[in-house]
Design a protein around this ligand. Structure first.
Ligand code: 5RP
Length: 229
């Protein structure tokens, strides 16, 4: 019986097969990606460098001697490797458990191919069991929360919760914003919900990655890594 971490590691190792030589690659954020970064360290001489999606990832890349480049100065990003909190059979995702959703979405938008690495617990039929992270400009938090509550249907009560950090402090993203974690959504139409939430004034972005879904899923399972497209 493999542990969740062993399945994550298997997916992270498999991702090395998708890294083109001499390229700059995009790197996501999270515990699965951390395992991938460690693997990337073993082939760092084969790549030019990486564009990072968070301060935490930047620190880890630099610690391994992998050059971190500014996205604005990079013409092409053939591949972006990142995890997910949930991923469905269409490879639509919920992301942002680590709070890095906005930069992740930007780097993913630039990349030609999105490689998602995840263990089998992340693979779901309907998105929304994991609370959907929404990054908001601090002054808009109450307004956005009220607007999000209006997504409730007769069968479900939608409940946005302000994300907290240790020591009773409000969690701050790398961009200095807040996160509302939205509970109670059953996301039947991820593509349209992604747009709808982004249209609320004060929302920076939300953790639905449906309009730019993953192209390849490397899913660590009990019986090996499954490649899904
Ligand atoms: C961070 C993310 C991560 O990809 C997501 O939270 C998955 O993380 P982990 O690999 O630790 O389960 O979106 O903002």
């Amino acid at each position: 019986m493999l542990t969740q971490d062993q399945m994550k590691l298997a997916a992270a190792k498999k991702a090395l097969e998708f890294i083109p030589e001499n390229a700059v690659i995009g790197v996501g954020t999270g515990s699965t990606v951390n395992l991938f970064i460690d693997q990337l360290g073993t082939i760092k001489h084969l790549i030019q460098g990486a564009v990072s999606s968070s301060e935490a990832t930047t620190e880890r890349l630099k610690a391994l001697g992998i050059p971190v480049l500014d996205l604005a100065l990079v013409d092409e990003l053939p591949v972006y490797v990142d995890g997910a909190d949930e991923i469905n059979h269409y490879l639509h995702m919920v992301k942002g458990g680590g709070g890095a959703l906005t930069r992740e979405k930007i780097v993913a938008a630039v990349a030609k191919e999105y490689i998602c690495i995840a263990d089998e617990t992340k693979y779901v039929t309907v998105l929304g069991e994991f609370p959907l992270p929404v990054e908001v400009v601090p002054m808009a938090r109450s307004y956005v929360a009220r607007q999000l509550e209006r997504l409730s249907t007769s069968g479900s009560r939608v409940h946005p919760e302000l994300r907290m950090a240790a020591g009773d402090k409000v969690f701050l993203t790398d961009n200095g914003n807040y996160i509302l974690d939205v509970h109670g959504l059953q996301i039947a139409e991820p593509v349209s919900l992604e747009s709808k939430i982004n249209q609320i004034a004060g929302v920076v972005t939300n953790g639905l990655f449906a309009q730019r879904r993953a192209d390849v899923l490397l899913l660590g399972t009990q019986s090996g890594v499954e490649v899904k497209r």
